[in-house]
Write a protein that binds this ligand. Structure first.
Ligand code: SF4
Length: 438
């Protein structure tokens, strides 16, 4: 039996790819372990769409090489290896001798063949859509498409992951069934741009239809959608979320900027008017929904006036959560050739200003939520204080919006969902008292 360790870097889409590989390894022949020191095989799925992600991947490779036994094989795949395919093909040994075998994205079979070649008597599993879930059994990701045709001028994703390819609705329904059977109570739909689901097949957006199919087929499971570009948040999509009680009222809408001049240079599909219309439509139709966004700061040519527009956007549109990222110049993208880079110090200052403005928005909304009962889920005991359960409210997506801690009340029915009251806000986390089940 081979002992296998996994490291997933970057976004949840990478985690799903790794879960599929793990799901394809038969449990009779492979034992999964979180302890690198006993591994025969360590598989790292990398991110590589910006320079810091590449650096993180290299650090993980070097550190895992030093932690696993000298005889163990180190396998690397994902965006970083895809992006540097040519360099790795020509000079792998010189470039990263720590790696024993590598593959790009969409090369699962190559990895599986290599693993099986290590021991002739080991078997692959045969379960269709089989995945071995890495996070708590409570939630699981469902990758509805891969690749992107949008070509934002700063982004390497279309270069690395290729054109948009939507997974068929039948396959997604069957994968969702497997996830539900594995115990997932919340399924999170992910992609590069979820609003474009189906566009590659028919020239139309089919996300509302997919959501409808999934939510009606699995009425006891909650669904959350991530990565909605503003131009694709249509009245039909909002109506679907409004109609389906098991679709969480949570919209993850990356706007990236609020100045039309910068949005144009970024080659984004939505200008400020489209973004504002999208936010207003959601606020009008679903006033209890939470909106999360992301913003890139310091894009080439970003002036004080552009930055002021970002500030007023946060003040006026009040996203409930937001993540801010410094622009990272990436080879192969049009933006890397643009003049007028923003100095690092200015970017750092601007990031701080935006973070503090946004903190006010989030705090204001969390304080408002204190007045109401909320829906929440308990996922697992806290690592340091086992008597405290941790989980998330419906308005908190994993990894990005803070945690919820149950400090009062009995979690009598597994993961929930529960009704709860917020007792304390410790930004960005919340403490709750459970009031009962739903
Ligand atoms: S929508 Fe833009 S930023 Fe997002 S993956 Fe596609 S090209 Fe990249």
């Amino acid at each position: 039996m081979l002992k296998v360790g996994f490291v997933s870097l970057g976004c949840a889409k990478n985690q799903v790819d790794l879960e599929r590989i793990a799901g394809s390894l038969s449990s009779e022949s492979f034992l999964f372990t979180a302890n690198p020191a006993v591994c025969d095989l360590m598989i790292i799925n990398t991110c590589g769409f910006i320079r810091p992600a590449v650096e993180e991947a290299i650090e993980a490779i070097l550190s895992m090489r030093s932690l696993i036994p000298s005889y163990a094989k180190l396998i690397v795949l994902g965006c970083m290896t895809e992006r540097y395919k040519v360099e790795l093909s020509e000079q792998n040994a010189a470039l990263l001798p720590e790696i024993d075998f590598w593959a790009g994205v969409n090369e699962r079979e190559k990895i599986l063949d290599y693993i099986l070649s290590l021991a002739a008597n080991l078997k692959k599993g045969h379960e269709k859509n089989g995945r071995f879930l890495f996070n708590t059994p409570y939630y699981a990701y469902l990758k509805i498409s891969d690749g992107c045709d949008n070509h934002c001028s700063y982004c390497t994703i279309p270069l690395i992951r290729g054109r948009l390819r939507s997974v068929s609705a039948d396959e997604l329904l069957s994968e969702a069934k497997q996830l539900v059977l594995s115990g997932a109570k919340e399924i999170i739909l992910i992609s590069q741009d979820s609003t474009k689901y189906g566009y590659d097949k028919s020239g139309c957006r089919h996300l509302p239809e997919l959501l409808n199919n999934l939510a009606l087929s699995y009425p006891d499971t909650y669904f959350r959608i991530m990565y909605l570009n503003p131009d694709g948040v249509t009245p039909e999509l909002i109506a679907a979320v409004k109609k389906l009680p098991n679709v969480l009222r949570y919209f993850d809408i990356p706007v990236q900027h609020a100045s039309d001049r910068i949005l144009k240079r970024m080659n984004r599909r939505s200008d400020r008017a489209v973004i504002e219309k999208c936010f207003s439509m959601i606020r009008k139709e679903l006033p209890d929904a939470f909106i999360r966004t992301t913003v890139i700061v310091g894009f080439p040519g970003e002036t004080e006036e552009d930055f002021e527009e970002l500030k007023t956007f946060l003040v006026e549109m009040k996203p409930d959560y937001a993540g801010f990222f410094a622009y990272s110049p990436e080879d192969g993208t049009p933006a890397v050739l643009m003049p007028d880079r923003t100095p690092d110090r200015t970017v750092r200052n601007r990031l701080k200003i935006l973070q503090s403005l946004q903190k006010k928005n989030t705090m204001r909304r969390l304080k408002e939520m204190k007045k109401n009962e909320i829906i929440c889920f308990a996922e697992k005991p806290n690592e340091d204080f086992g008597f405290i359960l941790e989980g998330r409210a419906f308005f908190q997506a994993p990894e990005v919006d803070g945690m919820l801690y149950v400090t009062d009340g009995e979690a009598a029915f597994g993961h929930g969902p529960y009704r709860a009251k917020i007792t304390k806000i410790a930004y960005p986390d919340i403490y709750v008292k459970l009031m009962g089940t739903i």
